[in-house]
Design a protein around this ligand. Sequence first.
Ligand code: BGC
Length: 438
Amino acid sequence: MVVEMHAGLASDGGSKLKMLLTFVDALPTGNEEGIYYSIDLGGTNFRVLRVEVGAGSVIIGQMVEQQPIPDELTKGTTEDLFNFVALALKSFLEGENDLDGKRALGFTFSFPVRQTSVSTGSLIRWTKGFSIGDTVGKDVAQCLNEALANCGLNVRVTALVNDTVGTLALGHYYDEDTVAAIIIGSGTNACYIERTDAIIKCQGLLTNSGGMVVNMEWGNFWSSHLPRTPYDILLDEETHNRNDQGFEKMISGMYLGEIARLVLHRMALESDVFGDAADSLSNPFILSTPFLAAIREDDSPDLSEVRRILQEHLKIPDAPLKTRRLVVKVCDIVTRRAARLAAAGIAGILKKLGRDGSGVASSGRTRGQPRRTVVAIEGGLYQGYPVFREYLDEALVEILGEVARNVTLRVTEDGSGIGAALLAAVHSSNRQQQGGPI
Ligand code: BGC
């Protein structure tokens, strides 16, 4: 991971790790005041948020409206997607006075974007099952601005941010020792604060703080050291983005259930553990990750929840206890591998930052006493699946040893959206709020 991080910082295309510039060189300090808005697009759900903040890291109030993204919009046209987003914001604002007033808007767009400033950037490619051909290469902030103008709203994107960056912003707002953020939800990714002089591919990049948040896009990480199973290869073949997002396809919520399904399907073909009733196991994505989690977390002595899921969702009635145990085991292995890979990735970032206790930062400089390090983390898989969380935490301790005591993984709630609103505050045109050094 560290080698690839260096390669991605050295040149564009130098690594599968894109190490994208975010132009976020200042993070909220806690002194921001006012009302800010954000739109959060990119996971399973779509959110509109209104956040009121007061000095002293106080979130005075927040309003969140959430809805699932209709499946057809993820495969339709750019115009339809952004009109849907703009109209959702419009109906959200309709309840407010001064509908025409100017507002600062953070736009969380959780896909790889090549940014040209903090408020502009073009989509590199879709991930997580989205595939709208004509968006790639377009400035997504401009697409949203146009849709907002078309529906008569006087709101423009102030900050275009990846969900990891929003999460880092909220983490840092509460705790200045927060240096990185991880998302483990439908997709997975990480960002961290890098020194601008280490971003070799952008010579002469100056920021007031000397640092910039880098969006790693670690979902696309790959290394010849990573063992790939036949199931990973089969899964990749089923996806829209073949040969991409290899790390994500081993870790995130969009895929874990499907990996387990592929293993179970092969078992069904090569043995009689499921009897004649295993046809449904040949349906891609029939075993979703929430089911995989529920199977693994069933602690009833007769695995009754596993029986129910097999019966109702996979149409496998009467699987004997022995078979149900086997299914749990498969779900366990898939979960454990994912959690341990994510932990290894986090350890890699800490190593790059010289915070893994090896005493040497990857720049070669020896560091003193280990410092307290906070990593903000969120996403449905980490937050909603305790076994995954335990495996990840356990692996991090295993890798870091004693140093793990200085490292806190802090779960933020809605950080991707609230953090984007806070970044809109930091970067709003009147800039009363300057943000703080990073
Ligand atoms: C996207 C990232 C995003 C992550 C988590 C990945 O598929 O490429 O930009 O941060 O999912 O939502």
